[in-house]
Write a protein that binds this ligand. Structure first.
Ligand code: XUL
Ligand code: MN
Length: 346
């Protein structure tokens, strides 16, 4: 356990304040204007913003207009006292990424993806952000025979290298997700991502962002995934949220489905010093479709509050007692002790 308590810093992305649209229905609330979203960060007690490239400026602007657009947003951020924690190229909406981005079968479409990804590195530099996230949304297949999977993995690694070479200061964080939108992703788990990191031209600048729901969708425990990445010193950001079983990606309030699973994530982060090298606690959560626009930021405030309460609980754990129970292999008693902690009797 760290000697002086970690002062956690929190982040989220503007997409986390949404209209409630889903694949079966149009927006259910009015769009909150961008400037109002940026104003909300400090009001909600957050420190940093997570962006996609086109959250900042439209993807089709020329470089001069891009620089101008980025400078405008940077000025607002500076005025609000916010910094950019991560930036990610949105490589899944353009018609040229329908068949994947780096792994598309069309060479022209792969070129588009590489150019757009490089431009996003340049935007990261302009906003003073070193953390570049690759969520490889469409790098997978609907049918296995559509692509050669080995070639696809190589293409992802080549793109990763190209980005590292494009800017000697950028760090790339792979965000693994096993499915959705694809049936099957080429790099479905944190383990796959970390394996790839070691094959890049600069493993020291190659790491991961772990999203709780993505680990759960892969049938894995997010706390164990986090521990694995922490051991490799490659956990550079997180997207905390919750997920009720193996279904569509839900992005529920952190801890709202399984409080003990959330407690274990906080335990692993806290006891391994996460946040002490500037890492943020990112939240990738979505308000329910039924939520009104007035309440459309509560899920962020609630997720942060749950995290902070769980930090308090983790800090209250009597580690001597835990160690004694571990040594005596008294796991029944250990489990009850944890349940006591979680139910306010620890
Ligand atoms: C998708 C997801 C994305 C990434 C950022 O499931 O989590 O929002 O976090 O591109
Ligand atoms: Mn995410």
């Amino acid at each position: 356990m760290p000697e002086t308590p970690t002062k956690y810093r929190f982040s989220f992305g503007p997409w986390n304040i949404s209209t409630g649209a889903d694949p079966f229905g149009p927006p259910a609330r009015k769009e909150v204007p961008f400037a109002k979203k940026l104003k909300a960060y400090k009001q909600l007690g957050f420190d940093a913003v997570q962006f996609h490239d086109d959250d900042i400026v439209p993807a089709d602007l020329d470089w001069t207009a891009t620089q101008r657009g980025v400078a405008k947003v940077k000025k607002i951020l500076d005025g609000e006292g916010l910094f950019v924690e991560i930036i990610a190229p949105r490589l899944w909406e353009d018609p040229r990424t329908v068949d994947g981005a780096f792994t598309a079968n069309s060479p022209a479409h792969r070129r588009y993806a590489l150019d757009r990804a490089k431009r996003c590195v340049d935007i990261a530099r302009l906003v003073g952000c070193r953390n570049y996230v690759l969520w490889l949304a469409r790098e997978g297949t609907y049918i296995r025979e559509a692509k050669d999977a080995a070639t696809a993995v190589g293409r992802i690694r080549d793109a990763w290298n190209l980005l590292l070479e494009h800017d000697p200061e950028i760090r790339i964080l792979g965000e693994a997700k096993p499915n959705e939108p694809m049936d099957q992703a080429y790099l479905p788990t944190v383990g796959h991502m970390i394996g790839l990191c070691y094959t890049t031209c600069d493993p020291a600048r190659s790491g991961v962002l772990i999203e709780s729901a993505h680990s759960i969708l892969a049938g894995l425990d997010p706390a164990d995934d986090m521990a694995y990445a922490l051991w490799h010193q490659k956990l550079w950001s997180v997207h905390l949220n919750d997920q009720n079983g193996l279904k569509y990606d839900q992005d529920k309030v952190f801890g709202s489905v399984d409080l003990r699973r959330a407690f274990n994530q906080v335990w692993v982060l806290e006891t391994n010093g996460y946040g002490r090298n500037g890492e943020c606690v990112g939240l990738d959560v979505k308000a329910m479709r039924t939520t009104t626009v007035q309440d459309s930021m509560l899920h962020l405030a609630h997720s942060k509050a749950v995290f902070e309460r769980l930090v308090e609980l983790v800090r209250s754990v009597d580690m001597k007692k835990v160690e004694a129970l571990r040594a005596a292999r008294q796991y029944e008693q250990l489990e009850m002790y944890i349940l006591d902690v979680l139910t306010g009797r620890g």
